[in-house]
Design a protein around this ligand. Structure first.
Ligand SMILES: [Zn+2]
Length: 286
């Protein structure tokens, strides 16, 4: 796979692909912005490089959508190789469209893969301990990734429309400030592949919640579409949330890859009418 296979919304070089297959790993989408920091192993999985079949083909990383456990286990082993980690290093979210964040420590390692999670309703994970792989799951919702190079901390969170209107990005930053004394102006942040405005039709009640929360954003955020419908721009909304929370422009990478426009390459809930797996977003401090 290569980046030219993806349909992008513009010509910005936001991402590149690290093709880890030759090492027994999987391809990962990565941000140029993060690599200059040289302090994390991270990446966004695609549908390529795994062993799942049918609607989960091939690199599904969700245990809760009906895929065979053995296949998902193998998918994690391959993903771990690309992250220079072991599956016992992973800690996974318990996503229910909340804005709850968990501070992860070494005691949590393996939760969600090798052992049961002892927490629920967690849509964001943060840590300052090296070697722990934080993981979250997506198929159109917006992934947010955070790095604090000053305090050596990272975070990942899940921001669908509910999370976005509740400002999940701000909540994750607040959690990092509370836990690690992070300062917003030091943080690097990336908005990952998710559904684009053209593909994301929402009902009027959802549109009104965004118009109320982001009163100055106008049509760029929420454009009238079919009768009674609106086209919602989650990329823009998250950019506003992160900027207002203090992330500086030079530290922010906003995606230009839509999951729904690229449903052969990334899992998309809308494009497949829910018959799909999840791709994963993973980050680990070196
Ligand atoms: Zn699209």
């Amino acid at each position: 796979m290569n980046i030219q296979d993806f349909k992008t919304a513009d010509d910005r070089q936001v991402f590149y692909i690290e093709d880890g297959k030759h090492d027994g790993g999987v391809p990962l989408l990565k941000f140029h912005l993060f690599d200059q920091l040289q302090m994390v192993d991270y990446g966004i999985t695609t549908r390529s490089g795994g062993v799942s079949e049918g609607m989960y083909a091939s690199l599904n990383v969700s245990y809760t959508r009906g895929d065979e456990k053995a296949a998902v286990d193998e998918n994690y082993h391959r993903t771990a190789v690309s992250l220079h980690a072991d599956v016992s290093d992973f800690v996974l979210t318990d996503q229910t469209h909340t804005v709850n964040i968990r501070k992860v420590t070494g005691k949590d390692c393996g939760k969600g893969i090798l052992r049961e999670k002892d927490y629920t309703d967690i849509d964001g994970l943060i840590t300052d301990e090296p070697g722990i792989v934080l993981g979250a799951f997506f198929a159109d919702c917006v992934p947010l990734l955070f790095i604090d190079p000053q305090h050596h901390a990272v975070g990942v969170s899940h921001s669908g429309w509910r999370g976005t209107v509740a400002r999940m990005g701000r909540e994750t930053i607040r959690a990092m400030c509370d836990a690690f004394q992070s300062r917003p102006q030091d943080l690097y942040c990336a908005v990952g592949p998710s559904i684009c405005q053209s593909c994301y039709e929402v009902s009027e009640d959802v549109a009104q919640r965004f118009q109320k929360e982001f009163p100055d954003a106008g049509d760029e955020l929420c454009m009238p579409g079919a009768p009674g419908k609106y086209q919602l721009n989650l990329w823009k909304a998250n950019e506003i949330v992160l900027s207002e929370a203090g992330i500086i422009k030079e530290h922010l990478a906003v995606t230009n890859i839509c999951t729904c426009c690229n449903a052969k390459l990334l899992f998309s809930h809308r494009a497949t009418h829910g018959k799909r797996g999840n791709f994963g977003v993973f980050i680990k401090l070196r």
